[in-house]
Ligand binder design. Structure first.
Ligand code: 5GP
Length: 175
């Protein structure tokens, strides 16, 4: 917990980014310091390994879920699957529409990438309203699999995204 507090100190916040009224939390200072990046990776892996029954697949959300999901999947020795914005993945796809602040967006996953019945861990850097993780939950269901939990580094608690999600939510840092 001391380590989590030290990781938290590395975050940088940017007022009015990407638009006025939004306070953006930048995680990249952590990645620029191998000591902290490793600490963060280890903390995520500890949480992922605690999940029971065990996780059988890790799905990372574009874009920052791609930075951490693969690190976790390798440690668990399970497949990593990317969940991407519309139009970025080849082949047959499953897709889910979801509402964002301005209009609709679509998330996609490759058909057959997530095997039916598997316990999938959803990974992203930050939980805000929960819209992205909720759409990803529906993608996993469409694949015939189950969500073991949603794992994020940062949870913006006042936005209550956790309450909108049908999954367990694990967050390292609450802001
Ligand atoms: P939600 O769908 O929960 O409203 O928003 C979460 C998504 O937006 C995540 O994919 C996350 O990467 C991105 N996001 C929203 N706000 C921030 C922020 O302050 N910092 C970072 N790093 N990502 C954010």
């Amino acid at each position: 917990h001391d380590k989590i507090a030290r990781i938290k100190e590395q975050l940088k916040s940017y007022p009015d980014y990407p638009k006025k009224g939004i306070l953006f939390w930048d995680i990249f200072p952590i990645l620029q310091q191998p000591e902290y990046f490793r600490m963060l990776k280890d903390a995520l892996v500890v949480e992922a390994k605690k999940i029971s029954p065990p996780v059988e697949c890790v799905a990372g959300l574009e874009a920052r879920g791609f930075l951490f999901g693969p690190l976790i999947s390798l440690e668990l020795n399970v497949p990593f699957v990317p969940i991407r914005k519309k139009g970025k993945l080849p082949g047959n796809l499953l897709s889910v529409c979801y509402s964002k602040e301005y209009g609709q967006d679509v998330l996609e996953v490759q058909e057959n990438a997530i095997k039916p019945g598997k316990r999938v861990l959803l990974v992203d850097d930050l939980l805000a309203t929960g819209g992205s993780l909720l759409a990803s939950y529906h993608l996993v269901k469409k694949a015939g699999a189950q969500v073991a939990a949603s794992l994020v580094i940062i949870e913006l608690e006042p936005l209550k995204g956790r309450d909108t999600l049908p999954t367990d939510v694990i967050s390292l840092i609450k802001l």
